[in-house]
Design a protein around this ligand. Sequence first.
Ligand SMILES: Nc1ncnc2c1ncn2[C@@H]1O[C@H](COP(=O)(O)OP(=O)(O)O)[C@@H](O)[C@H]1O
Ligand SMILES: Cc1cn([C@H]2C[C@H](O)[C@@H](COP(=O)(O)O)O2)c(=O)[nH]c1=O
Length: 219
Amino acid sequence: MAELAFFSGTMDCGKSTLALQIQHNRSARGLRGLIFTRNDRAGEGLLSSRLGLVTEATETDEAFDFHAHLAARVAAGVRVDYVIADEAQFLSPEQVDQLACVVDDLGVDVYAFGITTDFRTRLFPGSQRLIELADRVEVLQVETLCWCGARATHNARTEGGRMVVEGAQVVVGDVGAADAEVGYEVLCRRHHRRRRTAASASATANATASVAPQPAAAD
Ligand SMILES: Nc1ncnc2c1ncn2[C@@H]1O[C@H](COP(=O)(O)OP(=O)(O)O)[C@@H](O)[C@H]1O
Ligand SMILES: Cc1cn([C@H]2C[C@H](O)[C@@H](COP(=O)(O)O)O2)c(=O)[nH]c1=O
């Protein structure tokens, strides 16, 4: 039976890599898939992984109808065994419902990949709908780590290096770009709540070290 699976995790946990691996393994066995994405950092119409792999994909927008698109393909005699939808957090709830119809009405497997929560720790509407509808929700096994060493569970946004908790929900960007106008950093919940990024923790540690009493000189 076809299924709707949602693979989720923080930014940088390997979701796009897994999407590319699923695509590779299935196509290697002669299965036919369609790949969709939205707002990939590498550019329009691309699905990219930080490991360096990239593939072409159909760029979707708010008006895109997954069910109509797939139904037209199938009616035209195109074989479609599976669908990959990356950056699925950017889909609307209606588009996630369309993906569920693709599974149930057309018998096509749908594998969706995305982050669950935004920089304010709020669910993206598309991710919320995927959690509500998916046959299975898989949290990726590769742990991303907070600067403190704990498992990272949340995504922080930085502007000019400082963590922010207000702004537009969607701003394309990357981790490891702390000095960028807009960057992201994965944190554990404790440090997300305290707004402690790696840079702010390091600044505090340096300031503390500079005022600490110096050890007495040895005789
Ligand atoms: N230079 C590297 N060497 C080994 N693994 C890397 C390297 N760069 C990135 N990765 C791996 O790639 C993961 C990010 O994969 P990616 O598919 O781009 O993530 P996501 O789509 O979840 O944001 C990292 O968590 C890390 O495991
Ligand atoms: C937390 C958060 C992220 N985004 C954007 C930033 C990236 O372009 C993508 C996530 O991509 P990844 O492959 O999972 O690293 O989402 C956003 O727009 N808003 C947010 O709050």
